[in-house]
Design a protein around this ligand. Structure first.
Ligand code: BTN
Length: 323
């Protein structure tokens, strides 16, 4: 059940500019006006700035500069996505928390965020290094689409994240098939999609994203330093993770609603516009073999089309590409 403190913050967050009287809050929460006053003092001690006016009541002026379900809710511009946030200090993987939450009937659009992961998972069963400087999150969706279309959401996620991060930072960010975000040729963000469902029906999809935010080059050992980058390294400044989450949710909600309305054909040109190496030679590694060929584009479902060594186009649903 939601705590009184959290309900209090939710009420105050709804009316950002105007004051709510102690009496209204006490009636809405079923606690005394004195108890409301004590909550306000606690909030101030935790870094909130509260504006209290004798004749008008209370208003939150600013939130502490840290990620929590309450700080994200304040200023969140979505209509439904991210309205339920699960925030943890340290977890094995936000994907595991996502599976648990989905089984416990967490609502569509639930966002799970962890400060640190001790067993972060990447694509192709790789480990994902997840220190305290990054943004490690999983978005739970319950899309009304057949399972064979779930991979389209992976590409959609890359488009939404790219757009959000570009709008916020101004950095030039590209997409590497299927869904890595790169700056130059270094990885900024990786996306992992997991699906649970039956043959003809998706129960839920978990879209995990690992975004490097405030890491310095010294944060990583040499093996990572050569292939990864962070928003801080690229921009020279520290970023507020809650602002990033809010921006991502806003773009994700818009992109997802566009997809549900108009299908992947509305997303594909956006993906292609920022894709790396279309029309150029890439190295392709599949389960069976490695070869190099021209990257011709993607299909209407988001699969990779490459020119094989004998000149024929080949469609690949799963592969690793490099250059
Ligand atoms: C990749 O291999 O590029 C995908 C990496 C995905 C990492 C994210 S971090 C949040 C979520 N939890 C995980 O364990 N993995 C994903």
């Amino acid at each position: 059940m939601e705590s009184t403190r959290s309900r209090l913050i939710r009420l105050l967050s709804k009316s950002k500019e105007s004051y709510i009287s102690g009496q209204t809050l006490s009636e809405a929460l079923g606690i005394s006006r004195n108890a409301i006053w004590k909550h306000m003092k606690d909030l101030e001690n935790d870094g909130y700035t509260i504006d209290a006016k004798r004749s008008q009541g209370y208003r939150i002026v600013s939130f502490p500069d840290k990620v929590s379900s309450n700080t994200i809710r304040w200023g969140l511009e979505t209509t439904w996505m991210g309205h339920h946030i699960i925030h943890r200090t340290s977890v094995l993987s936000t994907q595991l928390i996502g599976h648990e939450a989905a089984r416990d009937n967490a609502p569509d659009g639930t966002m799970i965020i962890a400060e640190e992961q001790t067993a972060g998972r990447g694509r192709m069963k790789k480990n994902w290094f997840s220190d305290k400087e990054g943004l490690w999150s999983t978005l739970l969706l319950r899309p009304p689409i057949p399972p064979n279309k779930a991979s389209e959401l992976t590409l959609l996620a890359a488009v939404a994240l790219r757009e959000a991060l570009h709008e916020l930072t101004g950095l030039s960010i590209g997409i590497k098939w299927p869904n890595d975000l790169l700056i130059g040729d270094k990885k900024l963000c990786g996306i992992l999609t997991e699906m649970q469902g039956e043959q003809d029906r998706i129960d839920y999809v978990l879209i995990g994203s690992g975004l490097n935010v405030n890491q310095d080059e010294a944060s990583w050992d040499a093996s990572i330093r050569d292939i990864a980058t962070s928003l801080k390294i690229e921009s020279g400044k520290q970023w507020d993770k809650k602002e990033i989450v809010q921006r991502i949710l806003k773009h994700f909600e818009n992109m997802y609603e566009l997809y549900l309305e108009a299908g992947f054909q509305a997303i594909k040109p956006k993906w292609e516009e920022h894709a790396f190496k279309i029309g150029e030679n890439i190295n392709i590694k599949t389960f069976h073999q490695a070869w190099s060929g021209k990257f011709l584009g993607i299909t209407d479902e988001g699969a990779l089309i490459a020119e094989s060594p004998d000149g024929t186009p080949v469609t690949l649903y799963s592969a690793e590409i490099a250059w």
